[in-house]
Design a protein around this ligand. Sequence first.
Ligand code: ATP
Ligand code: MG
Ligand code: MG
Ligand code: MG
Length: 563
Amino acid sequence: MAQVQRMSRLMIKTLRDDPADAETLNHKLLVRAGYVRRTAAGIWTWLPLGKKVLENITRVVREEMDAIGGQEVLLPALLPKESYDASGRYDEYGDLLFRLKDRKGAEYLLGPTHEEIFTQVVKDQITSYKDLPVILYQIQTKYRDEARPRAGVLRGREFQMKDSYSFDTTDEGLIEAYQLHRAAYIRIFERLGLDHRIVSAVSGAMGGSASEEFLAPAPAGEDTFVDCPACDYAANTEAVTFKATPVDGSAHGPVEELDTPDTPTIETLAAHLGIPASATLKNLLVKVDGEIVAVGVPGDREVDLGKLGEHLAPAVVELVTGEDFVGRPDLVRGYVGPQGLEKVRYIADPRIAPGTAWVTGANKPDTHAKNVVCGRDFEVDDYLDVVVVEAGDPCPKCGTGLKLDRAIEIGHIFQLGRKFADAFQLDVLGQNGKPVRVTMGSYGIGVSRAVAALAEQTADEQGLCWPREIAPADVHLVAAGKALQTELALEVAEKLGSAGVRVLVDDRAGVSPGVKFTDAELIGVPKILVAGRRSAEGVLELKDRRTGEREELTVDEAIARLT
Ligand code: ATP
Ligand code: MG
Ligand code: MG
Ligand code: MG
């Protein structure tokens, strides 16, 4: 017997107006339809309907993780500082970490991700190669003090993540675990009904080597990715790479350091560029006082170019050559890690004429330089891979013009290798009796973010519109009329429930049919069944939420259709 949920007893308050601070579709609709409620910036309460959707997603994730042999565990969110000191990430994470002390002054953090603790658990639990490989996972609350919590549950400061970790003795084993996860993620996102692309990614604070992201294309997304229409190449723009070649710098003058201009605000930058200050400033190239000082600023209000990292960690700095940089492909950019600008490595674009590349001063804030020559002023190995961000730029694999799109990062898989195992000396006894260093992978899915991503991809002007497996109910039964219709609707609801259909029945007294229909559209259950005028004769109307198609059916037909 599936659950019959009565609207008259459900804690739900739908809103006609968008919340004042909401910019994205999912944020507006999830709040208006009564799925979530803001508790503080980036901190959300899941109301009954929202909790159901979250649970449905969790169930799919859990089933597919179990299917690849994952063992579910639950680690704490409150973690000792020492573990993150051992990996270096207590400092590396910078402002992203929520840090706290207990009554005795001992230091803790709220876990942003759990590589360290999982490594320690395995070190404690597993001593022999015979007990490997192993995949451990949890579905748990994560904490990150994001610089810009936004778009509702899309970027929370507290959020739900499925994180798993693989442990192997061999590189082949790691690759196998990675492929298992990749396949499981494809199944998960297919079941969730999330349109997604798998793209090459940079591994950021994780370190490690191979890494791919699962991106859900949506205008509200904060990631940009390129996709080749001719081959299988697809990558986050952060990870589009070219190999630069050293050039003969003898004909070029020395490196010139430039004065860093005064702290410009978004308004001054925007004025220089002739664009609205409200424009999305990611990937923006900036020119100040006639000098090109390009920065990618994800929307922050004030930017100190020299201290970019402090404000924007992690952010992207972009640098260009030439005068007219808007829309130019010949830009180069570097990654600013959580620590700020000192993380930026020398960068240059092989397509830029030698002597004209602009670089930022590594380990030297407030410095920009020009006339830097690749191979003369810095080592090829020293600089970061070069990035293409323009649509139409040549595909690094086949040369075809790339397509560029925005997307939401819904999953990320990494081959970590031995970075964390080294930090914690995670060894097991090998076949020959000698210790073997373990190699690891880590794999994340944004479970709460997936709710937002699904809403972004499936909603329309009327409201949310969930795929059946994820919806809070299979059918939304509207009692559209007086007490008689309500009574009939409740009877139908019972029958549907006994047949295993999850029913949300709108049995509210004193609410007009018009309001009930509007709410049904807003709430987004995939089928809407109406007990209206003809219900006394045993005739109901079934409406498809997505297509709007309607048909009249008897109660038995409706049950047959919905089971
Ligand atoms: P982003 O680039 O969006 O900040 P991330 O690369 O920092 O995400 P990971 O460390 O790769 O995130 O974490 C794994 C997954 O957790 C991400 O792919 C994403 O789906 C989810 N996630 C990360 N940060 C948040 C957040 N602040 N709110 C909700 N989900 C998040
Ligand atoms: Mg992040
Ligand atoms: Mg990311
Ligand atoms: Mg990521």
